[in-house]
Design a protein. Structure first.
Lengths: 355, 330
């Protein structure tokens, strides 16, 4: 970073002093933004909140805010997994297929064979099954040496096809009692002036816990250091003695584990298991992580940024209707947001590099 | 790069095509090899083949280049072309100008969409994955917004329908169009400066930049071309199905990548052959028809495509390693 800023200061000729100073300041501001990636999604969050809240005051109702938090849990868990893979320089698009391939058989199996099982062992089953499927991705990335995007497109179709061909396509509503109970458990319950019952579901804590643990892994462990090192440059990381294959295995297993948990949470929140669910939401989850400042080129990304990014995407998906945007146009607006974020970060990177 | 016309990949693909036909004859009986079935298969190849050519160009450009927006742009092109045509021409009075307005409208959307992708990737420096993920959602979203999510019926226009569905001298016209476009792309890659620049850039972007190759403009033109190919695919789809819809061919994103990878296009950039893409598209179509004949579900087909993609990645890796040392001395 410092060597780059020196390069920008001595490059321009003497006559262009004022201009070089402005580029210098721009570069500094850009580098500050790069170091604090949560700022951009946070500003977006505040802006959207202010605009939507002004147009339609219902936005600020507790019921609406709780709904948004509730809707952020599953994409948030998935996004944390994508963050870890992106930080290591890979990309995963198979996580929704993993979530579906975990949630459906687990729900069917538990309600058929052990209907009294508690929520903790069910979550554990989801985490282990998801982790194993993620490990398959990791092994394939290590063995095939092709871009992770292409490999996980392959596993996405394989996992989804496996579920729909050999496991089942029917809606499953007879889910275990412990999942139903956990889905209805509330941290906070109240009644609004209009007599509406509002509740903050307790499963929001699962997202919080996953975020804290992922933060600890990325920032307080050796494997976390290794992830960012491999993501920055896998060649240099390998020469420094990092085991690149092991990092790949770990990040894809971690993403798979979080996807498994997300699948279980999806069933818990909806009280039914639909094998067709979640497919097609990959892009908005990846968008959330990109909005949160993680680069597709690897080596960057923070948990706080990802959480902010998830909230922005959930907000866009949930509040456009409040300001009178027809639901038919929501996908286009989401796409425009991804493009804007892509443009913003591409510009930021050029500024930070002093170009 | 081009000096061996019968490389192992080409022979292998010819073998796969033949093997699937033989397997189909054994498994399903003689209807599979009837002229009718071959015509029906040939008329289904172009839409995917055109998208796969776009993916091939993006992959050759290197640096993880990929175009994920192809089918979204194809559908949007069909929808906008239809809306322009319906608003300006009465198909029962002037069918030919209706078709022309439709096609020009669709091509225009391909030009605009391709230019957006090209500008984002070439000039704004957005990674191709992010840019085309974003435009994929954006194009799909605009298509949903314009139609409210329902299919748009073009109506039965004899001339257009026969372009899509009636073979001339035994050859479906859409297939002939596909072959002509494939030949044009192959010639462009082989004989133009752009083609040379594209391969050099894909092999080593940094070296290409310092050798004075206009990297940004080459990237722009690559994705621009891919967009135009996608809109032609949109026209072919409309001709074949007499309708346009935002979610037609949702599995084509994978299938187009699968065709490119099966054709030996290197996902890391710098290598790809048009003839292999055509053969790879036909192999996939043969296989798809075989699954249909055997009454296997679409879910199983998706499963098979995913597994095939991984298998071919494994194969190309094996292949790549074994013949790399042989090429070193020359």
């Amino acid at each position: 970073m410092t060597t780059m800023s020196e390069a920008t200061t001595d490059a321009p000729a003497a006559g262009e002093d004022a201009m070089s100073r402005s580029t210098l300041y721009k570069g500094r501001a850009a580098r500050w933004m790069v170091r604090h990636p949560a700022v951009f999604p946070f500003v977006l969050l505040v802006l959207i909140g202010l605009v939507v809240g002004t147009i339609n005051p219902f936005f600020w109702q507790l019921a609406n805010l709780f709904d948004i938090l509730r809707a952020a849990v599953v994409p948030g868990l998935l996004a944390l997994g994508v963050l870890v893979v992106l930080a290591a320089g890979g990309l995963d698009v198979s996580f929704t297929a993993i979530a579906a391939l975990v949630m459906y058989p687990v729900a069917v199996f538990v309600s058929g064979s052990a209907p009294d099982l508690g929520i903790a062992p069910i979550l554990l089953m989801g985490a282990v099954a998801g982790g194993l499927l993620g490990t398959v991705n990791g092994i394939l990335v290590n063995v095939l040496k092709a871009p992770a995007l292409i490999i996980t497109i392959g596993t996405q179709y394989a996992f989804r096809g496996l579920l729909l061909t050999f496991v089942g396509t029917a809606l499953f509503t007879n889910i275990p009692a412990s999942m139903t109970r956990f889905g209805q458990l509330a941290l906070f319950r109240g009644t609004t002036q209009s007599g509406l019952n509002v509740a903050l579901p307790a499963f929001v804590l699962v997202f919080l816990a996953a975020a804290v643990v992922t933060w600890l892994v990325l920032n307080r462990t050796l494997i976390g250091r290794a992830i960012y090192a491999v993501g920055g440059s896998s060649d240099i990381a390998a020469r420094l003695g990092y085991n690149v294959s092991r990092v790949h295995l770990f990040v894809f297993a971690w993403a798979g584990m979080l996807a498994g948990v997300a699948g279980i949470m999806h069933v818990t929140a909806n009280r039914l298991a639909n094998p067709f669910d979640l497919a097609g939401t990959e892009l908005s989850v990846i968008a959330a992580v990109i909005l949160g400042g993680a680069r597709i080129t690897g080596g960057t990304g923070t948990v706080l940024g990802t959480v902010m990014g998830t909230l922005v995407i959930t907000l866009i998906n949930n509040v456009l209707i409040l300001v009178g945007v027809p639901s038919n146009w929501q996908t286009a607006i989401l796409g425009a947001f991804i493009l804007l974020a892509g443009l913003f970060y591409a510009r930021l990177d050029r500024l930070a590099a002093g170009r | 790069m081009h000096h061996r016309s019968l490389d192992p990949q080409l022979l292998f693909l010819l073998f796969v095509n033949a093997a699937v036909v033989v397997a189909a004859m054994v498994l399903t009986g003689p209807e599979f090899t009837s002229a009718y079935n071959f015509q029906s298969m040939a008329s289904q190849v172009p839409e995917l083949g055109l998208l796969a050519l776009g993916v091939m160009l993006a992959m050759i450009s290197g640096n993880g280049g990929i175009d994920l927006s192809g089918i979204a742009l194809a559908n949007l092109a069909g929808i906008v072309g239809y809306q322009i045509a319906v608003a300006t021409v009465d198909p029962s009075v002037a069918p030919l100008s209706y078709i022309l307005v439709f096609s020009c409208g669709a091509l225009l959307i391909g030009v605009i969409g391709g230019a957006i992708n090209g500008a984002l990737i070439g000039y704004a420096g957005v990674t191709s994955i992010i840019a085309t993920l974003g435009t994929q959602l954006f194009f799909t979203g605009v298509a949903v917004g314009l139609t409210g999510g329902s299919a748009q019926m073009l109506g039965y226009i004899p001339m257009f329908d026969s372009f899509g569905n009636v073979p001339v001298m035994g050859i479906p016209l859409t297939f002939a169009l596909f072959i002509i476009i494939a030949l044009a792309v192959a010639a462009m890659l082989k004989f133009t400066k752009f083609g040379t620049h594209l391969f050099l850039m894909g092999s080593n972007a940094k070296a290409a930049y310092f050798a004075g190759i206009p990297v940004r403009s080459v990237l722009f033109r690559t994705f621009f071309l891919s967009g135009i190919l996608a809109s032609v695919a949109g026209i072919v789809i409309a001709a074949r199905t007499s309708s346009v819809k935002w979610d037609y061919g949702t599995s084509y994103v994978l299938a187009a990548i699968l065709i490119a990878v099966m054709a030996g296009v290197r996902p890391q950039g710098g290598y790809g052959r048009v003839v292999c893409v055509v053969l790879s598209a036909s192999a996939l179509q043969l296989l798809s028809s075989l699954f249909n004949f055997m009454a296997l579900s679409n879910f199983f087909r998706d499963f098979a495509w995913g597994v095939l993609l991984l298998m071919f990645l494994a194969f190309s890796r094996f292949d790549y390693r074994t013949w790399l040392p042989m090429r070193r001395p020359s």
